[in-house]
Structure formats: structure tokens, C-alpha cells
Design a protein around this ligand. Structure first.
Ligand code: MLT
Length: 300
């Protein structure tokens, strides 16, 4: 039996996991995977925008949001196993994935290892490289700093890298929500995830093997995973598009939700061959770009 709604609890891998599941039961499925150290609510505006046409699911990665942390160490592989078990539990044979940053690492790993389970992929503000030694060391220093000084200091340090400078004047609510989410994440989960991220393997070599449609979306001012990286990845995947969002940083879906959502709608309309209705997004220059894309899609 499936329960559609918000903050539903289920058990997978001996763990209670929280997820939100909206939209038509028979609809094509899109699963949203959050970044670190956030939770599934970062996707609320995307779920709202797409739930009329698709079955949209977001879930809390173990140790984040309302999902239990469990006994085991974290790794990208374990996160992928959780994702596949959640799909099995919800009887989802095939889905599209939309992952931001860490969510993108998980999505890439899942698609490269289980290509037959996925229809399409949105990679937002993410990359395929493993941590270089300097970044690994920084993650270890952060683990020590969280132990010594607590999460508040950590939040104040990372928040400046998550958003574009102008978001600090026009996205005050989104920023304060993100701060609260991080403050609510337990220290053990932060440390386990930092370690898992530092140990993850590169996935770049397998990019040319991806044959499903891929959309890259990235904030022009993303300091953590800059647009150049998405451009390089885009070049390696034949059936891929790239959209760069101006005046947005690393959390581009929160900073420019309307533009982000229009891109998702266009992309999934192409993937699942659906007609597209325009929303309220009003950047005219981009709208004409979107219109010409729409015409392309309609002529398929
Ligand atoms: C994220 O947003 O998920 C993180 O920036 C990922 C990372 O630290 O590599």
C-alpha cells in the first residue's frame, strides 16, 4: 500500500526514513535528492510546481531531516542502496532523479551503476570529481571544529558559500530556513556525512556512458561547484542540456525557484512527451530562450 502525503515514515535498511510523495499515482516518477547539510524540504517549491503532472518524491537522506541516523558509517554507496530500497518499498520500477550537490553525487552513482532503473537525470550545482587532498583535509578540520565548537560556528562559516551575495538581501527567509535546517542536523550525522563525502570516488569517467537525457542546472555564482564544472560534464554527456541561472549561488533552486522550475518543466515535458504550460517566471530574455526550446520539443 502507498501513502501519498508529506513526511511519511517507512522502514528501509533497518532505518526509519521520512519522505514526501505527491502527485498522481500513475504519473511518471521524479525523485528529488537533497544537498548537504540540508533535508527534503529544500525541494518543496519544486514538488509544488511539478506535482500536477508527475508523481514527485523527496526524502531525507539517513541522518538528515526526519530520517534516522542508524548505526553504520555513511558512504555514497550506502546512500544509493537507501535510494534503491526506497524505490523498491514504493514499488517504483523506474524514475527520474533530480539531485543537488551531494544529491547529484548520489544520483550520478545510482545512474552509472543501475542505468536501467532511471529515465532521466537533473544534476544541479554538483560535480563528478573526488575530493582533492586539500578538500579532504578541510573536511577533517571541519569535523574537529564541529566537535570542539558546535554546529553554530559551522553554520556561520558555510552559509556564505551556499548563496549568491545578493541573496543575502533578497532571500532572507530562505537563508534563515537553511540555517535552521543545519542547526537541527545532529553533529554525528554532520561528521559521518563529511567523512563519506571525503571518501567518495570520482564518477567522471563514466559520464560518456550515460545515455538517458540529462539536464545540468547551476547558479552562475556557485562557489562550491562552479558553472565551468557543469559545462565540462555537459560536454561529456551526449544527450544533455545546461542552464546557468544568473544571480544564484550553490542553492540555485532556493534562490531562483521560478527559473529552476521552468527548466524542470521543460526538461521533463521533453522526457515524458507532455505539453508545457508556462508559469509566472518572468525573465524575458530567458523566456524567449525557453520558447525556442519549447518549439523544438513540440516538433519532435
Ligand atoms: C552539498 O551542497 O551537498 C555540499 O556542498 C557537497 C559537498 O560538500 O561536496
Amino acid at each position: 500500500m502507498h501513502y501519498f502525503g508529506n513526511n511519511i515514515k517507512t522502514h528501509i535498511n533497518n532505518l526509519e526514513v521520512s519522505y514526501t510523495d505527491n502527485g498522481p499515482e500513475e504519473g511518471s516518477v521524479i525523485i528529488f535528492i537533497h544537498g548537504f547539510p540540508l533535508n527534503k524540504t529544500m525541494w518543496d517549491k519544486q514538488l509544488d510546481a511539478l506535482k500536477e503532472d508527475y508523481r514527485v518524491i523527496s526524502y531525507d537522506i539517513r541522518g538528515h531531516g526526519d530520517s534516522e541516523i542508524g548505526k553504520d558509517d555513511f558512504s555514497i554507496d550506502i546512500f544509493v542502496t537507501d535510494l534503491l530500497n526506497l524505490m523498491a518499498k514504493l514499488k517504483i520500477a523506474k524514475a527520474s532523479l533530480c539531485g543537488l550537490s551531494m544529491g547529484g553525487y548520489i544520483a550520478l552513482n545510482a545512474i552509472e551503476n543501475h542505468p536501467d532503473r532511471f529515465d532521466a537525470l537533473v544534476l544541479s550545482d554538483t560535480h563528478c570529481i573526488a575530493d582533492p587532498p586539500k578538500v579532504k583535509q578541510k573536511r577533517m578540520d571541519t569535523i574537529e571544529s564541529i566537535k570542539a565548537f558546535g554546529v553554530e560556528k559551522y553554520v556561520n562559516e558555510i552559509i556564505v558559500n551556499l548563496f549568491a551575495p545578493e541573496s543575502f538581501t533578497n532571500q532572507i527567509k530562505a537563508i534563515s530556513n537553511v540555517k535552521d535546517i543545519i542547526l537541527d542536523t545532529c553533529e554525528l550525522s554532520l561528521s559521518r556525512t563529511l567523512l563519506a563525502l571525503s571518501l567518495r570516488k570520482a564518477t567522471c569517467e563514466k559520464l560518456p556512458e550515460i545515455t538517458i537525457p540529462v539536464l545540468f542546472i547551476v547558479g552562475e555564482e556557485d562557489k562550491i561547484t562552479p558553472p565551468e564544472v557543469s559545462e565540462l560534464m555537459h560536454e561529456k554527456i551526449k544527450d544533455s542540456d545546461l542552464h546557468i541561472i544568473s544571480h544564484a549561488g550553490h542553492l540555485s533552486n532556493l534562490e531562483k525557484p521560478d527559473e529552476f522550475n521552468e527548466q524542470l518543466k521543460l526538461f521533463f515535458a521533453k522526457v515524458y512527451k507532455k505539453p508545457i504550460m508556462y508559469g509566472t517566471y518572468s525573465d524575458n530574455s530567458n523566456k524567449s530562450k525557453l520558447r525556442s526550446k519549447l518549439n523544438m520539443f513540440l516538433s519532435i
